[in-house]
Design a protein around this ligand. Structure first.
Ligand code: 2P0
Length: 343
């Protein structure tokens, strides 16, 4: 029988009806998968077919400040703008909050701030769910373990479970029907010289959500059965690359994994193509630069934008080739997180 999200929440939380403080806030970084999550074995619980491996984006993320409100409905703000009820952001967050209300009449005010460039293909909702579950944990004093927070964030959005941690993160697929063994953990590697560059092709909202695209791939792509083995091998290679600080293995594995995911989408009925002409131009530019000896690779998610992987020593050359790139140093500590400043 299908396990529901509400059952999982009851399993993990003895829901205290009394907030321990007037409000709580928490930050979560966005994340980019080097080995992708593409396909669910359980749609209700966002349980993946395979494990996936990501890197968190340090200072690019979301902060969520949460309090109870004496109102008939939730009040949700994104960067100080009240979200209208018909936005997907509002609806998905309210649906998520429904799982955690001590009583049905309990309503929340959530003030989410994000510094993620709009439409950069770094879904702010993903780190929004991770920040919100951390803030709820603080508000109600649940004192949950990180793996429990990861499970609960997953109920909002699959890849949100990886945004509970910094650095390299592995989301273990798990096999239990209730998903209590499907959570992310932080990997004990750091790589201070690693850089991720965001290359914006098109910031407009995509026509098909990754949720729908993923489901359509699982249901209609005749090559989908090859995916689990592909990702398993990609994760093994990435872990080896991390062990040996082998940047070329890391980059080549990530790029091939992203291209394989898009190849599956191409073979879906009807076909799904997120790339635009400029995406392909950028890919060719990356390949030309690499043939000329530059260590630069790309990965691509469910959108036309690319994320480049390179090392700090090549940053100047990468910036020369891609003027408009936004560079993130995932392991350089952030001294002041301006996202979390509330008046
Ligand atoms: C990933 N993506 O691993 C993959 C690669 C996009 C491409 O996880 O339906 O928003 O909420 O579980 O997490 C985006 O999908 O999907 C995603 P749901 P989610 O980052």
């Amino acid at each position: 029988m299908q396990v529901t999200r509400q059952q999982i929440v009851r399993e993990l939380i003895n829901n205290s009806a009394v907030p321990q403080q007037e409000y709580a806030s928490a930050y979560a970084a966005s994340n980019i998968a080097l080995c992708k999550y593409w396909g669910k074995r359980d749609v209700e619980l966002n349980l993946p077919v395979t494990s996936s491996l990501s890197i968190s984006m340090s200072h690019l993320g979301a902060c969520s400040k949460i309090s109870l409100c004496d109102s008939a409905e939730d009040h949700i703000f994104l960067n100080a703008v009240a979200m209208s009820h018909n936005t997907m952001f509002y609806q998905r967050l309210v649906e998520f909050l429904d799982l955690f209300r001590p009583t049905q009449d309990t309503k929340f005010t959530i003030d989410t701030k994000t510094n993620i460039p709009v439409g950069a293909g770094l879904a702010s909702s993903v780190c929004g769910f991770a920040a919100t579950i951390k803030a709820l944990d603080a508000l109600f004093g649940w004192d949950l373990e990180p793996n429990e927070l990861s499970i609960l964030a997953r109920l909002g959005s699959g890849s949100a479970c990886r945004s509970i941690y910094d650095g390299f993160v592995l989301w273990h697929a798990g096999s239990a029907a209730n998903g209590l063994d499907s959570f992310a953990t932080q990997l004990e590697y750091d790589w201070p010289d690693l850089r991720v560059g965001i290359l914006l092709v098109d910031g407009r909202q995509k026509s098909m959500t990754s949720r729908d695209a993923m489901q359509s791939t699982v249901e209609t792509c005749r090559f989908y059965k090859t995916w689990p083995e592909l990702v398993t091998t990609a994760i093994e290679h990435t872990l080896r690359a991390l062990d040996h600080k082998d940047f070329w293995l890391l980059g080549a594995t990530a790029e091939a994994n992203a291209l394989a995911m898009h190849a599956l989408m191409l073979a879906t009925t009807p076909p799904i193509i997120y790339s635009q002409a400029a995406t392909l131009d950028y890919m060719q530019q990356v390949w030309r630069a690499r043939s000329a000896g530059l260590g630069v690779f790309f990965t691509q998610d469910a959108g036309p934008n690319l994320k480049l992987l390179f090392l700090a020593s090549d940053e100047a050359r990468v910036r020369e080739l891609f003027n408009e790139i936004e560079v993130v140093a995932p392991f350089v500590p952030v001294t002041e997180n301006i996202v979390c400043v509330y008046e």
